[in-house]
Ligand binder design. Structure first.
Ligand SMILES: *[C@@H]1O[C@H](CO)[C@@H](O)[C@H](O)[C@H]1NC(C)=O
Ligand SMILES: *[C@@H]1O[C@H](CO)[C@@H](O)[C@H](O)[C@H]1NC(C)=O
Ligand SMILES: *[C@@H]1O[C@H](CO)[C@@H](O)[C@H](O)[C@H]1NC(C)=O
Ligand SMILES: *[C@@H]1O[C@H](CO)[C@@H](O)[C@H](O)[C@H]1NC(C)=O
Ligand SMILES: *[C@@H]1O[C@H](CO)[C@@H](O)[C@H](O)[C@H]1NC(C)=O
Ligand SMILES: *[C@@H]1O[C@H](CO)[C@@H](O)[C@H](O)[C@H]1NC(C)=O
Length: 654
């Protein structure tokens, strides 16, 4: 259903609220609570009892305990079934919830007065959806819904503080939305916005925000203040640079020289690189053309293939670095590096609500809806979010790069685990999911850290390190940022990025350490243990460390709003790394092989295909953060790509 219908909070439904008496005394337990960190959202009014909520109940899926085994089966270089990726049908069969889970949840709904027929099971069987009044949902979940308001930005959001389920259902339900998750874009529209800013004012504001580490707009992907986008540096009037100047300005030629990358080929014309952008972030063709004229003349006039997801729009109303910088950076460099291969842009979300990662996942994960139901599947059931082209409406490209992220503490563990498992499924189906690791060192978006007592975000002068998500999900490839030191050349080893931004990295508070990185992380602690303990990060050596790899993230000469300026951020590193993987896929396809899919197990087993980075830090939270050392480290991962070695390795695999 279109949430905007709900959004206006205009829908009302006269439903007789006749609670049937429960058949047995049921004990209810708290299932999820609003993350403590979200203290910048405060409660305003109760939501009216007659409003309609589009409820989605995420059922617990079976066989997830075997996820690592399955993913290694297709992606570990020692596996006999390396590269034998799964069909969407096999993914659905393997993970769809047990019938018992479906039955128990349906029984519960009926016992609570939801007539059979109102609750619908998605064809992937992983979600039960229903439209219910606030009164019904409040009774069902023993909760209260409020409109929350963001303390500094004034945005609204509909949520509850916590909710309950009967204790016999705890193991059958992953999560229920809309409830405590502040990335579900269920709010009023963005009223009370800041007054319009001129570009100069906008840049000035951004600079001040960086300086003062003002609280960014967590949970609003693509918004100009999300804290995750690239950071802008000096305006450049003469963009004609030589390789000798790569320490001052990064061009596609610098990246090719750094990573020994050849131009692309067109052996498999259907192989495109996926780049995800969240509205209102948008590219402007004239910016791409200014860039291409200089660095990739055959591309002048060429746009990416555009997939508009969830009513995605390429807005042109507001144009400034904050609205165009990320898209320009991602597309200009990726398109130049992979040419003549093409890029596919997934432009996600409308102007009113934007979108969350789940909307993107819904749109590309065919296993959500095309299996069994096929095209006749009710798109409203499978994808309750606004979607003209609904669930599974777009093919997933074989490599997908996203330079947006949350703090892990922004969202609940159950929510993140469920989403992370979707990246695992994409890996099983042969998709490489690449995310940037963040730009604030060991701190979170906007430089915030976590107060040890309240677990709320603080101003970043002290506190617990604040890892990013989805970079901390073990089934994505997380990319950190490096730089060429001033005075160094493309032949000198790079350092962790310390120019304008610090490479995001650290250890998860949610995800266990995947087996593939165990020896690398053990070696890190054995040889280079940082001088901090559990008061700063989970040093149990039992949790996921990130990033996995890195690539240059400083001084990108980007054409934005008709002129060249420098961009900084792991935002740049992710699409560059993804571009190289797409080039390798092209070679594999030309050799009659499949795409590489999930690459982490192969990379950790073959660290020699990456250039180890051993210099630099990623400060934050009043510390120097971690140090780049020999071997894997939590700021540059295994290192930057050595393209010829990486290509040879992946081509040697079946
Ligand atoms: C909920 O309501 C919307 C809008 O009326 C409708 O499109 C959708 O199919 C409904 N969903 C369910 C599960 O009934
Ligand atoms: C552009 O900015 C103005 C003023 O902040 C705002 O009202 C409008 O919604 C914005 N448009 C987009 C597409 O973000
Ligand atoms: C590209 O995809 C189309 C449609 O799926 C298919 O017919 C065609 O053979 C593909 N081309 C190549 C070169 O793989
Ligand atoms: C940050 O917070 C700490 C503790 O509340 C306070 O002492 C410090 O002055 C603050 N620093 C800034 C720059 O706001
Ligand atoms: C790089 O080094 C040169 C010479 O030492 C200096 O003039 C220049 O300001 C430095 N540039 C940056 C960006 O630090
Ligand atoms: C660190 O992670 C381990 C493994 O998940 C967990 O058992 C432990 O409680 C965590 N420690 C802290 C301080 O959160």
């Amino acid at each position: 259903m279109r949430l905007s219908t709900f959004l206006g909070l205009i829908a009302t439904l006269a439903v007789a609220v006749d609670a049937k008496p429960l058949r047995r005394a049921t004990k209810h337990v708290v299932h999820e609570e609003k993350p403590a960190a979200r203290r910048n959202w405060f409660k305003t009014s109760r939501l009216h009892q007659s409003k309609i909520l589009p409820v989605r109940i995420g059922l617990t899926q079976k066989n997830l305990d075997r996820a690592e085994e399955f993913i290694y089966g297709v992606s570990h270089p020692d596996s006999d079934s390396y590269g034998k990726h799964w069909s969407p049908e096999k993914v659905v069969d393997m993970f769809s919830p047990k019938q018992q889970s479906i039955d128990l949840v349906m029984e519960w709904l009926e016992a609570e007065g939801i007539q059979p027929g109102r609750a619908k099971l998605s064809s992937s069987k992983t979600w039960i959806s229903l439209n219910a009044t606030v009164a019904e949902v409040e009774r069902l979940l023993k909760t209260q819904y409020h409109v929350y308001k963001h303390d500094t930005l004034g945005h609204h959001h509909v949520a509850c503080d916590k909710y309950h389920v009967p204790d016999h259902l705890v193991d059958h339900i992953d999560l229920i939305t809309p409830t405590v998750h502040f990335d579900q874009r269920l709010g009023h529209d963005r009223t009370n916005k800041k007054v319009p800013l001129s570009e100069d004012q906008d840049n000035e504001l951004r600079k001040r925000m960086l300086q003062r580490r003002q609280i960014p707009e967590h949970g609003i992907l693509g918004s100009p203040n999300s804290g995750f986008g690239p950071k802008q540096g000096a305006t450049i009037t003469n963009a004609l640079v030589s390789l000798a100047e790569c320490d001052q300005m990064i061009t596609p030629a610098c990246l090719r020289a750094l990573y020994a990358t050849p131009p692309g080929t067109l052996a498999a014309s259907n192989n495109t690189l996926g780049i995800v952008e969240y509205t209102p972030q948008a590219f402007l063709q004239k910016d791409l053309d200014i860039f291409f004229e200089q660095f990739a003349p055959p591309l002048v006039g060429q746009a990416p293939i555009v997939n508009l997801v969830d009513n995605g729009v390429l807005q042109t109303e507001n144009q400034s670095f904050n609205f165009n910088g990320e898209s320009a950076l991602d597309l200009e460099f990726a398109m130049a590096l992979i040419y003549p291969q093409r890029a596919t842009l997934y432009q996600v979300g409308d102007l009113v609500q934007g979108a969350s990662f789940n909307n993107f996942l819904d749109s590309v994960d065919a296993s959500y809806c095309t299996f069994e139901g096929g095209n006749s599947a009710d798109p409203n059931v499978d994808s309750p979010y606004p979607s003209s082209v609904g669930c599974g409406g777009f093919a997933a490209t074989k490599v997908i790069s996203t330079s947006y992220g949350y703090n892990e503490a922004d969202l609940g563990a159950r929510y993140e685990q469920r989403q992370c498992n979707e990246y695992m499924k994409l890996g099983l189906m042969g998709v490489t999911t690449v995310y940037s690791s963040g730009d604030y060192g060991v701190a979170g978006n906007g430089g915030q850290c976590i107060d040890p007592l309240t677990l709320a975000f603080n101003n970043g002068t002290d506190g617990i390190f604040n890892p990013s998500f989805p970079g901390s999900c073990p089934y994505v490839t997380s990319v950190g940022a490096t730089q060429i030191l001033n005075g160094s050349s493309v032949r000198t080893p790079e350092s962790a990025c310390q120019d304008v931004i610090f490479s995001g990295g650290g250890f998860s508070n949610v995800f266990a350490m995947p087996d593939y990185q165990k020896s690398a992380v053990d070696a890190y602690f054995a040889n280079s243990a940082p001088p901090y303990g559990a008061e700063r990060f989970n040093n149990s050596r039992a949790v996921r460390g990130f990033p996995d790899v890195s690539a240059n993230g400083a001084n990108y000469l980007t054409a934005v709003n008709d002129k060249f300026s420098l961009s900084f951020g792991a935002s740049a590193s992710a699409p560059v790394f993804a571009s190289l993987i797409s080039l390798i896929n092209e070679k594999r396809l030309a050799a009659g092989k499949g795409p590489v899919g999930f690459i982490n197990p192969t990379l950790y087993a073959n660290p020699q295909v990456l250039n180890d980075v051993r210099n630099g830090n990623n400060p934050g939270c009043g510390t120097d953060g971690f140090s780049a050392v020999e071997g894997w480290d939590p700021l540059t991962g295994l290192g930057t790509p050595n393209y010829p070695a990486m290509e040879a390795l992946f081509l040697s695999l079946p």
